[in-house]
Ligand binder design. Structure first.
Ligand code: ZN
Length: 144
């Protein structure tokens, strides 16, 4: 019998964005109370732990803190870049449109490098919730 173990911790933050290509509401400046569920898979150690939840927090929190109360700007969105540059307002320019799909892949790439040194982690799965009723999910596993 093969058993699979996964543990997860959730992270919450507030962030503004807009989707310039969007033909209805999402082109406007708005924000979300984002939630990211960071789920890892792997075996238990002799203490019965896959990873300390405190360690997961320590690894992920810096990534989230950079984005909390930040405005995320697509590098092609000149309107917002011109407004925010030199404004002193917290913002981050990224090389993609700030959809939940692109964001979850962005987090997956960044967090994969963070978790990779922990060899007990065989898989990383992220669920990014933009609202209570919508999310994007992505997963990456170590080569077998
Ligand atoms: Zn939005």
């Amino acid at each position: 019998m093969k058993r699979v173990l996964r543990i997860a911790r959730e992270f919450h933050w507030e962030m503004g964005h807009r989707l310039p290509f969007h033909e209805s509401g999402c082109a406007n400046i708005h924000g979300h109370s984002y939630r990211l569920r960071v789920e890892i898979e792997g075996p238990c150690d002799t203490n019965g732990m896959l990873m300390d939840y405190g360690d997961i927090k320590r690894l992920v929190a810096p990534v989230i803190d950079r984005l909390d109360h930040c405005f995320l700007v697509d590098e092609n969105d000149d309107l917002m870049k011109n407004f925010l540059t030199g404004s002193g307002l917290k913002h981050m320019v990224v090389p993609f449109t700030t959809t939940a799909e692109n964001l979850v892949f962005h987090f997956l790439d960044e967090l994969w490098t963070v978790f990779m040194p922990y060899t007990q982690v065989t898989s990383l799965r992220l669920r990014l919730q933009e609202t209570d009723i919508s999310y994007a999910e992505a997963e990456r596993s170590r080569p077998k």
